[in-house]
Design a protein around this ligand. Structure first.
Ligand code: NAP
Length: 454
């Protein structure tokens, strides 16, 4: 038989997940110039993963990546199989049986835990829930957020914490022409929140915001960024950290915030060297017990240590935004401590041995770090390994690709969605958004999406 990846013997690949790393894997396969077919599996009917349901609605430029993915989806080698959860509706073994290679790009779907008492009290939420809710992700559509308190607390100082705080800080006028979901905008319109505390366990030199995102707090219509000048004093190790990193820009922005007069209705208060120790309340969140920290360790490796000094902060709502964590999938070796599939640069590994034909890319490969573009190089690396392995893949003739998978799905009465189906949903969402001057009004229930196709 001719070599895999040639016209007589095209490579068949399953990509699991339709977010950035999945599409960048398709891009890398196209650029490799081999003969191949790819079936992209997505749990929801709608594609694009975190670009659709993670990127903040007021960051439309970041969503431009979708245009690139839509063009890739037009490639003749590409086939979309939406509304199908790999590992549930079709097993990884069934995907492997029907494809020469499977690339898992399903992202990090849950949150890290703080591990403190009261973490699950009503009123204490994960960033994932809130972000999914305002972005119209069906999993979070029916979450309820009580915004009737004056004080909200966000734990963590990364870009997700920035998104959550900014959405809470913005006025309806600032959001109403974005693709924020209508149900969320309606609730945000009733918000009584005046004080938004954004709490970091380490200091201002270690905050993980990027400067572009932090700068946005300086130009909000009805919210001032607030920082107590005294919190910006640095130890020598932190000063050294600022010298050679982009965090100098962040620190300068903080200094600018500290100089401002807070005159607007809302305040976003950045505070450092504090860790939540307990979320307190009788049936729901009422207070947060916080311990002040000190930094210890050498530059770039400083960690937060509790000082023993504690205080409480009254609040009705807490958002934990301390990073994401991948979830396991039946049939795939999982590294629980890192929340990723066990892998070596993208080759999935079991007990130190390569799992032939099984690959991974994106957050579920390397952990939840980096911006959308970071996933491109990551997927290129993984596809590079796949191409190196071409002669060693199981090249059996029984790799039936989409046809074999449709047979499995039809046997189980699993409805699958094509890219043409998605286009119908896409067009309808865009049309629904028009009257309100929004780029789109998303469907937020899977049943609505399927009913539209009926
Ligand atoms: P992140 O950048 O890793 O930030 C997590 C934050 O949580 C850090 O401040 C971290 O502090 C803190 N944290 C972790 N464990 C904690 C604990 N036990 N107690 C208190 N604080 C704790 O994660 P993220 O904000 O979820 O973002 C994930 C990735 O997506 C990042 O690469 C981010 O840049 C990217 N993203 C980008 C955009 C954008 O480009 N606009 C938007 C959203 C997300 P330590 O530093 O001390 O660990």
């Amino acid at each position: 038989m001719s070599r895999l990846g040639t016209p007589d013997n095209p490579l068949t690949v399953a990509v699991v997940g339709s977010g950035p790393s999945g599409f960048y894997a398709v891009d890398a396969l196209i650029k490799a110039g081999i003969e191949f077919r790819v079936n992209m599996f997505e749990r929801l009917p709608v594609p694009y993963g975190l670009v659709r349901s993670g990127v903040a609605p007021d960051h439309p430029k970041l969503k431009q990546a979708i245009k690139v993915y839509a063009r890739l989806a037009e490639a003749e080698q590409f086939n979309y199989i939406g509304n199908v959860a790999a590992g549930r509706d079709i097993s990884i073994d069934e995907l492997r049986a029907n494809h020469h290679a499977v690339i898992l790009t399903c992202g990090a779907e849950t949150d890290r835990r703080l591990g403190i008492p009261g973490e699950d009290l009503p009123g204490s939420y994960t960033a994932t829930e809130f972000v999914g809710w305002y972005n119209g992700h069906p999993d979070y559509r029916d979450r309820q957020f009580d915004l009737s308190h004056e004080t909200a607390v966000i734990i963590g100082q990364g870009n997700v914490a920035a998104d959550v705080s900014r959405i809470l800080a913005k006025t309806v006028d600032e959001l109403k022409h974005t693709d924020i979901s209508e149900h969320a905008l309606d609730v945000l319109a009733t918000s009584k929140i005046k004080n938004i505390y954004v709490i970091g366990r380490r200091g201002p030199a270690q905050a993980k915001f990027t400067s572009k995102e932090l700068k946005e707090f300086g130009v909000l219509a009805d919210c001032d960024p607030v920082i107590d000048e005294g919190e910006l004093v640095l130890n020598p190790e932190s000063e050294a950290e600022l010298e050679n990193t982009g965090n100098k820009k962040i620190y300068d922005l903080f200094c600018g915030f500290a100089d401002r007069e807070a005159a607007r209705d809302r305040r976003c208060i950045f505070t450092f060297l504090k860790s939540p120790r307990e979320i307190l309340g009788d049936g729901s969140v009422e207070r947060l017990l916080i311990e002040k920290n000190t930094l210890s360790g050498e530059s770039f490796r400083q960690s937060a240590r509790g000082s023993g000094e504690t205080f409480t902060l009254d609040t009705g709502i807490v958002f934990r935004s301390i990073g994401y964590h991948g979830i396991p999938m039946p049939g795939v070796p999982f590294d629980e401590s890192r929340g990723v599939f066990s892998n070596d640069k993208g080759r999935v590994m079991k007990d130190g041995t390569v799992e032939r034909g099984l690959y991974t890319a994106g957050w579920i490969k390397r952990g939840p770090t980096g911006i959308i573009g970071t996933n491109k190089a990551d997927s290129v690396e993984t596809v590079g390994l796949l191409l190196e392995d071409l002669d060693n893949l199981d090249s059996g003739e029984n790799k039936r690709g989409a046809e074999g998978c449709y047979e499995v799905l039809d046997r189980r009465n699993i409805r699958h969605i094509s890219f043409a189906d998605w286009k119908i949903i896409d067009d309808s969402e865009i049309a629904r958004g028009e009257p309100a001057g929004k780029p789109r009004e998303k469907y937020t229930y899977v049943s609505e999406m399927l009913a539209l196709l009926d």
